[in-house]
Write a protein that binds this ligand. Structure first.
Ligand SMILES: *Cc1c(COP(=O)(O)O)cnc(C)c1O
Length: 227
């Protein structure tokens, strides 16, 4: 007996399926507004991503500035309305490159980085949207502002650096149920009048949608496990 060849993964079909599940989850929770999907494109080639672009998808996330610099300028030239989000940690010395390439930076988590971004935004006259990453699980190895430090951090971003913050992002601890973390992030956003909530990944995006996510970030559910 021969084993049939494995079906190749079709990210366009999987995106449509994820989108339908997301809509259903949001509707079940009584939410009217759509939840956007940020395609987490790390390690994926332009060749893999092009069918998604051809199908009309425009919102993508990358984790590393250098990888994004190699991949996206030619794609942006072909599809000028791409929105590229930096969802991975950013070093202050890469702020210039990040502001030049990304349409939003969703990993703001330190005053030093806020200062570097503010300076680059002024110098380049570019205003990428900014999301603050919150370390809801207070994990020592994880990036993000601790929840109790968020009020002072937001105040400093606004008052000292003139930065307007669009929303919050979190990555819950891998070994805990995500719902309390999503609920905490939603509470913090509401308390500070922040509209956008980037939360939920392949394993938990429906829960995130029910708890108020305005965008989820999907990688492996679209492309299969990363090698
Ligand atoms: C890779 C990545 C994702 C996507 O994770 P999956 O579990 O593959 O969907 C989401 N957010 C961030 C910050 C990531 O680095």
């Amino acid at each position: 007996m021969t084993t049939p060849p494995e079906e190749p993964i079709d990210p366009v079909a999987r995106l449509a399926e994820a989108s339908a599940r997301l809509k259903a989850a949001a509707r079940e929770a009584g939410r009217e507004s759509d939840v956007a999907i940020v395609v987490a494109a790390k390690t994926q080639t332009a060749e893999t991503l092009t069918p998604l672009l051809a199908a009309g998808h425009r919102l993508f996330g990358e984790n590393r500035v250098q990888e994004a610099q190699a991949k996206w300028p030619p794609l942006k030239a072909r599809f000028p309305d791409i929105r590229l989000s930096l969802i991975g940690p950013l070093q202050s010395n890469k702020a210039r490159d990040a502001v030049a390439l990304f349409d939003e930076i969703a990993s703001l988590d330190r005053i030093k980085l806020a200062a570097a971004l503010a300076a680059e935004m002024a110098a380049q006259n570019r205003r990428p949207d900014l999301l603050v990453q919150v370390n809801t699980g207070e994990e020592p190895q994880k990036a993000g502002v601790a929840p109790q430090d968020l009020p002072a951090f937001l105040a400093a971003c606004r008052a000292e650096y003139g930065l307007s913050i669009a929303g919050l992002l979190c990555i819950p601890p891998a070994d805990e149920p995500p719902a309390p973390h999503f609920a905490l992030l939603a509470k913090l956003a509401a308390r500070h009048g922040l509209a956008r909530l980037s939360m939920g990944m392949s394993g938990d995006y429906e829960i995130a949608a029910q708890l108020g996510a305005t965008e989820v970030r999907l990688g492996s559910s679209l492309f299969g496990p990363r090698g």
